[in-house]
Design a protein around this ligand. Structure first.
Ligand SMILES: *Cc1c(COP(=O)(O)O)cnc(C)c1O
Length: 384
C-alpha cells in the first residue's frame, strides 16, 4: 500500500518518510553540515549547500507536505520567516486582503515592513463574503486568512473564501497554526498556500521556533523554493529533527488537547463567575456551523472574560494560576495562560483592540494535555 493512501494518524508517523539511505536509520540523522563533498564540479548526491537543502530539513518538509495533502513543503527559521517568504511573491503596487483579527506579528510585518515596499494591506472580517468581494480590485493578488483567529476564536469559511479567490484569480493563503492539519486541511478546501508557526502544535513541546509552508502547485513551489534559498530564512537541522519528532505524536496530542479543551470550555461556561467563553465548539458560537463543517474538532484554545472583570483582576487570576504557566505562545504539551491586553495585544491601542473584543479582562488559555481534573482545580482556585 502506497504511503499516499495512508490515513492521517499513520501519515503523522510515516508520511513522506523513508529510512535514511546511509545506514537505514529510522529517524533521519541530524545532518549538522553546511556543505557536501562533490566528486567533480556538480557531481553531488542532491545536496550542495545547506541553505538550499539539507537532508534533515527535507525529511521534515516531506512530512509537512504529506500531512497537509500538499505536494511541496518548506521549513523556515520561524513562522514569521515563512510569511515573509509569501510576501516576497508580491511586487510594489500589489494589494493583500487579510483577516482583521490577525496575529500581532503578522500585522506588524505587513504594516511596518511591507507597506514601506509599496504593498497595500486591507482588512476584512470575512464573515460577509459580499464585503470581501467589494475590497477586491485590479491590484489585489493575495487573500490571507487566519482561522480560528487569535484570541477571539472567530471562524472563517475557507471554502467560501476560496470560491472568491478562484473566480478572481487570486492566491489564497491560510495560517493553519491554531487548527493544525489534524483538525483542518485548507488545501483540500481550495487554499493555495498553507502556513504554520510549527513552533506551536506541530513541534508541540515549546522547544523550537520553526515555520512552514505547504503548497500543491509546482510553479508556486518553484517560486517559494527560490525565495527560501535566496533570502535564507531556513530551519536548521537540529530544529528540523525536533519538529519532525514532535509531528509523530501530533494526532495523539491533538486528540487530548481537544478533549481537555472541551471539558474546560464547558466548566467555564457553567461557572457563576464567568461572563463570556469563546470556543468554536459551542452551539451558540457565532460561526459554529462553519467550524463543524471545516474542522474535525474544536481544539484547545479558549478565551474567556470573568464577570465584572477588569485589567487588574485579570492579571490577578493569571498570576494565581499554578499549573497554567503565564507565558506567550501556545500549542505545547503544557498548559499556558496569557493576558492579551497586556501581552500579545499590548501594542494595539485600547479602542482598536476592544473593537475586536479584546477587552481588558480577557484571558486566553492554551489547554495542554495534563489530567483535566488538575487543570480545572487550578482554574477553580485562581477564580476564587
Ligand atoms: C506564533 C504565530 C505566528 C508566528 O510564528 P513564529 O514561529 O513565532 O514566528 C504566526 N501566526 C500565528 C497564528 C501564530 O500563533
Amino acid at each position: 500500500m502506497g504511503k499516499k493512501e495512508l490515513k492521517f494518524n499513520s501519515k503523522a508517523i510515516h508520511g513522506g518518510q523513508q529510512p535514511d539511505a546511509a545506514y537505514g536509520a529510522v529517524m533521519p540523522p541530524i545532518y549538522q553540515t553546511s556543505t557536501y563533498a562533490q566528486s567533480t564540479p556538480g557531481g553531488h548526491k542532491g545536496y550542495e549547500y545547506s541553505r538550499g537543502a539539507n537532508p534533515t530539513r527535507t525529511a521534515l518538509e516531506n512530512a509537512l507536505a504529506s500531512l497537509e495533502n500538499g505536494h511541496f513543503g518548506m521549513a523556515f527559521g520561524s513562522g514569521m520567516a515563512a510569511i515573509d517568504a509569501v510576501m516576497k511573491l508580491l511586487s510594489p503596487g500589489d494589494e493583500v486582503i487579510c483577516t482583521s483579527d490577525l496575529y500581532g506579528g503578522s500585522y506588524r510585518l505587513f504594516k511596518k515592513v511591507y507597506e514601506k515596499y509599496g504593498i497595500k494591506f486591507r482588512f476584512s472580517e470575512m464573515v460577509d463574503m459580499q464585503e470581501l468581494v467589494s475590497q477586491i480590485n485590479e491590484n489585489t493578488r493575495l487573500v490571507w486568512v487566519e482561522t480560528p483567529t487569535n484570541p477571539m476564536m472567530n471562524i472563517i469559511d475557507i471554502e467560501a473564501v476560496a470560491k472568491i479567490t478562484k473566480s478572481h484569480k487570486l492566491l489564497l493563503g491560510v495560517d493553519n497554526t491554531f487548527a493544525t492539519p489534524y483538525l483542518q486541511r485548507p488545501l483540500d478546501l481550495g487554499a493555495d498556500i498553507i502556513m504554520h508557526s510549527a513552533t506551536k502544535y506541530l513541534a508541540g513541546h515549546s522547544d523550537v521556533v520553526v515555520g512552514a509552508l505547504v503548497v500543491k502547485q509546482q510553479e508556486l513551489a518553484d517560486q517559494l523554493y527560490f525565495i527560501q534559498k535566496s533570502s535564507g530564512g531556513i530551519c536548521g537541522p537540529m530544529d528540523s529533527y525536533l519538529t519532525l519528532r514532535g509531528i509523530k505524536t501530533l494526532h495523539v496530542r491533538m486528540q487530548r488537547h481537544c478533549e481537555n479543551g472541551e471539558s474546560i470550555a464547558k466548566y467555564l461556561e457553567n461557572h457563576s463567575k464567568i461572563d463570556k467563553v469563546y470556543w468554536p465548539g459551542f452551539e451558540h458560537h457565532l460561526n459554529h456551523e462553519v467550524a463543524k463543517k471545516q474542522m474535525t474538532g474544536f481544539g484547545g484554545m479558549i478565551s474567556f472574560v470573568p464577570k465584572g472583570g477588569s485589567y487588574e483582576s485579570a492579571i490577578k487570576i493569571v498570576e494565581n494560576l499554578q499549573i497554567f504557566t503565564l507565558a506567550e505562545s501556545l500549542g505545547g504539551v503544557e498548559s499556558l495562560v496569557g493576558h492579551p491586553a497586556s501581552m500579545s495585544h499590548g501594542s494595539i491601542p485600547k479602542e482598536e483592540r476592544e473593537k475586536n473584543g479584546v477587552v481588558d479582562a480577557l484571558i486566553r488559555l492554551s489547554v495542554g494535555i495534563e489530567d483535566v481534573e488538575d487543570l480545572i482545580a487550578d482554574l477553580e482556585q485562581a477564580l476564587n
